[in-house]
Design a binder for this molecule. Structure first.
Ligand code: PMP
Length: 377
């Protein structure tokens, strides 16, 4: 199987699995229990994991709240932040190319009378910062902006540093879904002004069912109050209750540690693999091929291609026992891509588009073989 669907999920790194196993076997204590070693050991290990996640993102450890993943983090921030504002003032601004866990949450909030603005995007799915500024300059206190850092279907990057800056100038809270960029792009220098961030371990060779919501402190060192999505015993600094998923947290920590250690190398490998893939695709399919993604300002390793006249579902099924490919997000795979639609593609064009997403574990040989298979050689 040639696995080219790394935006959907990635394989667990062997070091991650090794780090997790003791916490499913002998180290089974509950980190919230007190006064005995079995609990204290796990507590120490989860705090180390928190440190590694914080290091990868460029925030403090106590700003990391473990959740079940980005879907939960996105829900928690959008619902929980708007809940703290006066009902009459609530305003949410998102782009049309957000992940379904943001778009569907925005629609839910709209049904609860939150005013939602859906920003248009350019032909590669990026937000226009001038349009954003025009919207937020008139916003009241009580507003939240949520813009995806890098898109899961096209790889397009928004200029998060500048967007965060704008939100700071106009005193509006800013959240970003960084699920697809962590581990592929070094985000640490663009975090100034980002107040909330969502991320997920399984996109960076960690386990599924664990992620984090970053809640950064303000200039006075205070974290914004966010109404929890999950109430209970007050774990995770009172932001997210429930017994910690310790083995998953340890796995996330290890994946983050490796991701940071190898960030430059990973970025470079993905660029090289992508450029080889693009060259090969052009060689084989120049007559029917076009790219829905930009070739710069993007996450390396994610491309979105249109094969005119080809049905994407048919193609993916045909190759399904040898290659893993996607027509778009796995989280909304039953519907035509809202991301490509908002970039201006027709239904017919969407139906002939395929997302190819690489990891650093893919090889040049796999790419060559994949292109041959695609060409029916
Ligand atoms: N946001 C983006 C951009 C994603 O790509 C995904 C995963 N497809 C999610 C959110 C949801 O993440 P999780 O699977 O951790 O819930």
């Amino acid at each position: 199987m040639i696995y080219l669907d790394n935006s959907a999920t990635t394989r667990v790194h062997p070091e991650v699995l090794e780090a997790m196993l003791p916490y499913l076997q002998e180290e089974y204590g509950n980190p919230s229990s007190k006064h005995y070693t079995l609990a204290q050991n796990v507590k120490k290990a989860t705090e180390e994991a928190r440190y590694h996640v914080a290091q990868l993102i460029g925030c403090n450890s106590d700003e990391v709240i473990f959740t079940s993943g980005s879907t939960e983090s996105n829900n928690m921030i959008l619902k929980g932040v708007l809940d703290i504002f006066d009902p009459l003032d609530r305003h949410l601004v998102v782009s049309k190319t957000e992940h379904s866990s943001v778009i569907e949450t925005a629609k839910f909030l709209e049904s609860k009378r939150v005013l939602v603005t859906y920003l248009n995007v350019d032909k590669y799915g990026r937000v226009d910062n001038e349009e954003l500024e025009a919207v937020i300059k008139n916003l009241q206190e009580g507003s939240l902006v949520s813009i995806i850092w890098g898109n899961n279907e096209t790889g397009s990057l928004n200029t998060i540093g500048s967007i965060a800056e704008l939100c700071k100038i106009y005193n509006v809270l800013f959240h970003t879904d960084a699920t697809q960029v962590l581990g592929k792009i070094d985000v640490r220098n663009s975090m100034e002004g980002v107040r909330f961030l969502s991320c997920s371990a399984h996109k960076l060779h960690g386990p599924k069912g664990i992620g984090a919501c970053i809640i950064k402190k303000d200039h006075l060192g205070v974290k914004t109050h966010v109404t929890p999505l999950i109430h209970g015993g007050g774990q995770e600094f009172d932001y997210r209750s429930g017994t910690l998923s310790t083995h998953n947290i340890i796995g996330f920590g290890k994946a983050a540690e490796i991701a940071l250690r190898e960030i430059n190398e990973t970025h470079q490998i993905l660029k090289t693999l992508e450029s080889h893939l693009v060259t090969r695709l052009n060689e084989y399919f120049s007559e029917i091929l076009s790219f829905n993604n930009d070739d710069s300002n993007k996450i390396p390793g994610i491309i979105n291609v249109k094969f005119t006249g080809v049905d994407n579902e048919f193609l993916i099924k045909e190759l399904g026992d040898r290659v893993a490919l996607a027509s778009g997000s796995a989280c909304s795979s039953t519907k035509p891509s809202h991301v490509l639609a908002s970039m201006g593609l027709s239904l017919e064009q969407i139906r002939s588009s395929v997302r190819i997403s690489l990891s650093k574990y893919n090889t040049i040989e796999e790419i060559d073989l994949f292109c041959k298979m695609l060409a029916g050689d």
